[in-house]
Design a protein around this ligand. Structure first.
Ligand code: AMP
Ligand code: MG
Length: 520
C-alpha cells in the first residue's frame, strides 16, 4: 500500500554527514549531523487519535488504520526511507551540557507536500537511539497526550509550533518515577508523530561549534539557509548575519505570542529552541490560570524559576546569545551580532506593547502613556488573583456603567476581593474606559477584535490532566472533546463553555495541574 502521494525527499540524509556507525548503542558522535537508527518494535500498536487535516496536507492515506498504527509507531518502516536521530547539544538551565541529541525522537522520513513545502515526520518515544544516554527512549501516554493536545491548541491559536499528526499506544508499559521520589510506576507507553519543516535546534549549531568543527557547523547552517530561508540568498557572512537576524526576530515574535496566550514552556534550554522559531518539545509546560509572572509549571525549576512566565523573553534573548556565539566562527565579526542581540529587548518591548494594546482593544497604541496602563494592569491582576484568559474575554464586553464593572468581572477572580482591591480595579478601569474613548471603532468592532487575540479556550492544566486520567482508563472522550474545542479557541462555542471555566479549587496544588516534572 502507498501511504504518501507526495515524494519522499530525504534531503537531510542526503546533504548532511551521517555517523558511519550504524549499530544502536550510546556514544559520542562527532563530525556527523545524525545517526541512522531503527525504531524499536512494540507489542501492540494502536491508534488513539489522528489529525486528519494534517494527514491530508501530508497526502497521507489514512484508510487502513491498522497499517497506519504500525507506520506511526515505527513498527513498519517504508521502503526508501531511513530513520535517523539528530545530533545536537544544548545549554540546560544555563549550563553547557555537551552532546544531547534525539534521545527519544526518531525522524521517520521527509517529504515534499503539495502546498506546504518539505515536512519531516518524527516519532517521539519510539525507542533508544545512540543519544539516549542513560534513558530508555520511550514516552508515556500522559506526556504524549500533553504534546498532542497542546501543539494543536497552539497551532489554532496562531502560535508557531511543531504539529502533531497522531497519538498511538505502543502496547508496552513504561516505568516512570513521576516525582523522582522513589515511587516508580508502570505507565502506558505511547508515541506521538510530530511534524515540522525542520527539527533543527539552536543546539544543532552549538554542538559542532563547541567542538571547533566549523566544517559541520557550516554544512548545517548552509542547509538551513538553503531550505528554510531561501530568500536570504547564497551562503556568505552577510547571509549568516541575516539568518541570525531573522531567527532573532521570529523568536521575539514567538515570545510575544506566548505572553499573549499565557503559555509557559517550562524548559527553555537551547536544545528546545527551534531554528524555525516554532514552539517545540512540549514537556512540563503550563498555562497561566491566575496571572502570575513568577509562575513556573516545572518542578525542576521551582527553586530558581529560571523559566517562569515573565522570564521567557529574557531567556529567549539569552538563548539567542548562545546561538550567536555558535555561528560567530562563520561571521567573525561580533559587533553586528551584538547589535541584533541588544535590539532584541527594544523590539520585544515594542511588540509587547502593541500586543497589549490589541488585547485591550486600543485602536492606536500611545507609546507615552499606555505602557504605564499595561504595567498597572499586570500588577493589579496578580495582586487580585485574576484568571488571565477569563479576564480579557470579560473585559471585551465591560459595561459602561461603573456600578456594574465588578459584578461583570466577578467570575475572573479566584478569591473575593478586598475593598482596597476593588478600589484599585475601579481606578484602573476608569482610566481604561477613558482611554477607550479615543477609539473610532464601534463597540461591536472592538469586541470582535479583542476576541480575536484573547482566546476563550486554552489547554488549562487541569483539563489536560482530566483528559489524561480518563484516557489512562481507556476513555478517550475528553481527549477528543478538548481536541475539537481547541481548534476554535477564539469562538464562543456556548455548548462547550464548561471548558472555559476557571481552575477548580481541587486542582490548585494537584500534581499534573499546577506542578509538572520533566519525567515523561
Ligand atoms: P528535554 O529537555 O525533555 O527535551 O530532553 C533533554 C534531552 O534528554 C534530549 O536530548 C532528549 O532526547 C533526552 N531525553 C529525554 N527523555 C528521554 C528518554 N526517556 N529517553 C532518552 N532520552 C531522553
Ligand atoms: Mg528536548
Amino acid at each position: 500500500m502507498q501511504f504518501f502521494r507526495s515524494d519522499i525527499n530525504n534531503h537531510f540524509l542526503a546533504q548532511l554527514p551521517a555517523d558511519p556507525e550504524t549499530a544502536n548503542f550510546c556514544r559520542t558522535v562527532t563530525n556527523a549531523a545524525y545517526s541512522t537508527v531503527q525504531p524499536t518494535r512494540t507489542n501492540n500498536p494502536s491508534l488513539i487519535a489522528l489529525n486528519t487535516s494534517l494527514a491530508a496536507q501530508l497526502t497521507l492515506n489514512i484508510d487502513d488504520k491498522e497499517a497506519l498504527a504500525k507506520l506511526l509507531t515505527g513498527n513498519m518502516v517504508l521502503e526508501n526511507t531511513t530513520p535517523y536521530a539528530m545530533n545536537y547539544g544544548g545549554h540546560q538551565f544555563g549550563h553547557w551540557a555537551g552532546q544531547l541529541g534525539d534521545g527519544r525522537a526518531i525522524n521517520l522520513l521527509q517529504l515534499d507536500t503539495p502546498k506546504d513545502g518539505s515536512k519531516t515526520l518524527q516519532l517521539k518515544g519510539a525507542g533508544a537511539t545512540p543519544y539516549s544516554r542513560r534513558a530508555d527512549g520511550l514516552a508515556v501516554l500522559r506526556s504524549s497526550i500533553r504534546e498532542y493536545l497542546c501543539s494543536e491548541a497552539m497551532f489554532h491559536l496562531g502560535v508557531p509550533t511543531t504539529r502533531a499528526l497522531s497519538l498511538c499506544l505502543t502496547g508496552d508499559s513504561v516505568v516512570r518515577d513521576m516525582f523522582y521520589d522513589g515511587n516508580p510506576q508502570a505507565e502506558l507507553g505511547a508515541i506521538v508523530c510530530r511534524v515540522s519543516a525542520s527539527f533543527l535546534r539552536f543546539g544543532s549549531f552549538q554542538l559542532p561549534a563547541s567542538r571547533g568543527d566549523i566544517s559541520l557547523l557550516k554544512q548545517l547552517v548552509d542547509y538551513a539557509l538553503q531550505h528554510y530561508f531561501p530568500d536570504i540568498g547564497q551562503p556568505s557572512k552577510e547571509s549568516y548575519l541575516a539568518l541570525f537576524k531573522q531567527i532573532a526576530d521570529e523568536t521575539c515574535a514567538l515570545m510575544v505570542h506566548w505572553m499573549r496566550v499565557g503559555f509557559v514552556h517550562g524548559v527553555m534550554n537551547t536544545d528546545n529552541m527551534s531554528i524555525l522559531s516554532e514552539t517545540i518539545d512540549y514537556g512540563p509546560y503550563g498555562w497561566i490560570d491566575n496571572f502570575d509572572l513568577n509562575w513556573t509549571p516545572n518542578t525542576t525549576d521551582a527553586q530558581g524559576k529560571r523559566y517562569c512566565f515573565g522570564a521567557q523573553p529574557e531567556i529567549a534573548q539569552w538563548n539567542l546569545f548562545q546561538l550567536a556565539n555558535a555561528i560567530y566562527p562563520l561571521i567573525e565579526d561580533a559587533q553586528p551580532l551584538n547589535d541584533i542581540l541588544s535590539n532584541f529587548a527594544t523590539k520585544y518591548e515594542q511588540q509587547w506593547r502593541q500586543m497589549m494594546a490589541d488585547k485591550l482593544g486600543l485602536e492606536q497604541l500611545d507609546n507615552d502613556s499606555d505602557p504605564a496602563l499595561f504595567i498597572a494592569l499586570e500588577k493589579i491582576m496578580s495582586a487580585s488573583n485574576t484568571d488571565m484568559t477569563i479576564f480579557y474575554r470579560l473585559l471585551a464586553t465591560l459595561p459602561y456603567a461603573e456600578n456594574q464593572w465588578m459584578s461583570h468581572l466577578a467570575d475572573c477572580f479566584y478569591q473575593p476581593l478586598t475593598d482596597e482591591q476593588v478600589a484599585q480595579w475601579h481606578q484602573w478601569l476608569s482610566i481604561y474606559v477613558a482611554r477607550l474613548s479615543h477609539n473610532k471603532w464601534s463597540k461591536d468592532e472592538k469586541i470582535e477584535r479583542m476576541n480575536r487575540v484573547n482566546p476563550k479556550y486554552v489547554l488549562r492544566n487541569y483539563l489536560a490532566q482530566q483528559a489524561i486520567e480518563q484516557a489512562e482508563k481507556g476513555d478517550y472522550a475528553m481527549l477528543h472533546q478538548l481536541y475539537r474545542v481547541l481548534q476554535k479557541p477564539y469562538d464562543e462555542q456556548p455548548q462547550e463553555s464548561e471548558l472555559a471555566n476557571k481552575r477548580p479549587e481541587w486542582a490548585r496544588n494537584k500534581a499534573g495541574c499546577s506542578m509538572l516534572s520533566c519525567s515523561s
